[in-house]
Design a protein around this ligand. Structure first.
Ligand code: ADP
Length: 258
């Protein structure tokens, strides 16, 4: 407990045995949070001890995706115990603010919040900590670059060229802080229709293009999926409820590859 409240030291510094993976994207709406939630649940289902920090402060969605929308962390003395959802310990600013109150903070406050999440929340010994970053290259990404220089980064993009270009920039910011880019996940790839044909709603090739420019692999291509979207809306991650769904299968295979 010496490393908890008030010490200002992250539990996840360079000496920590926890693998820290940041999930980033160039822009919002590409499925970054959905991917983070499903990946966390998939990893936990293999017996790993998994935490998720929702660092998407302005657009937090991890509590809802994990089905703990109204949950509050438990305080035991100075300790903040995160809610556990589907085997994952999760913390989000959404668990501290009143619903309906927008979070509009400047950089120093964001930095302090990230510091607190990493130092004052009692995760115990984690095998993996996933961090859902806000889209883009703003204050939070820079703060976490400073706080977690040893972290690895997953870049999420859609197959669309415009999403791919901005995704590359978020990876380059991570590299500037010393973080290593694990690879690219392409989300919202082709939708297999009832007649067997594939609808490429967002085009093709975005994931491969970003991966090539960054010199990293495409780790997964996750198709558009109604069960995945419904699972997110219901707080019941598709990797648990419909593991045979093609998107769920791609997410489970990604968890295996990490
Ligand atoms: P981000 O975190 O990048 O802003 P979200 O995870 O919130 O994106 O996803 C944006 C929306 O797209 C959500 O409504 C989510 O359910 C939906 N979505 C994400 N990935 C898929 C997919 N593969 N198929 C269908 N809907 C998806």
């Amino acid at each position: 407990t010496a490393r908890l409240k008030g010490t200002r030291t992250s539990q996840f510094g360079p000496d920590s045995l926890t693998r820290v993976i940041l999930v980033t994207s160039g822009k919002g709406g590409v499925g970054k949070s959905t991917l983070t939630a499903n990946l966390g649940v998939a990893l936990a289902s293999t017996g790993l001890s998994v935490g998720i920090v929702d660092a998407d402060v302005f657009g937090f969605s991890i509590p809802g995706l994990l089905g703990v929308g109204g949950a509050r962390p438990t305080k035991v003395g100075e300790l903040i115990l995160p809610p556990v959802a589907h085997g994952v310990k999760a913390i989000s600013i959404g668990m501290f603010v009143d619903p309906g109150t927008p979070v509009s903070w400047r950089g120093p406050m964001l930095h302090r919040t990230m510091q607190q999440f990493l130092s004052d929340v009692f995760f115990g010994d984690l095998d993996v900590l996933l961090i859902d970053l806000p889209p883009g290259t703003g204050d939070v990404a820079i703060s976490l670059g400073q706080l977690l220089p040893q972290a690895e980064v997953l870049v999420v993009t859609t197959p669309q060229a415009a999403a791919a270009e901005v995704a590359e920039r978020s990876a380059l910011v991570a590299r500037q802080t010393g973080q290593s880019v694990l690879g690219v996940v392409e989300n919202m790839a082709g939708l297999v229709q009832p007649d067997g044909s594939v609808l490429q709603l967002f085009g093709e090739g975005g994931g491969a293009a970003v991966a090539e420019r960054l010199g990293v692999p495409v780790l997964a291509s996750i198709p558009l999926s109604i069960p995945l979207r419904e699972g997110g809306d219901a707080g019941a991650p598709v990797v648990l409820t419909s593991p045979a769904d093609p998107a769920a299968a791609a997410l489970l295979a990604l968890a295996d590859r990490l």
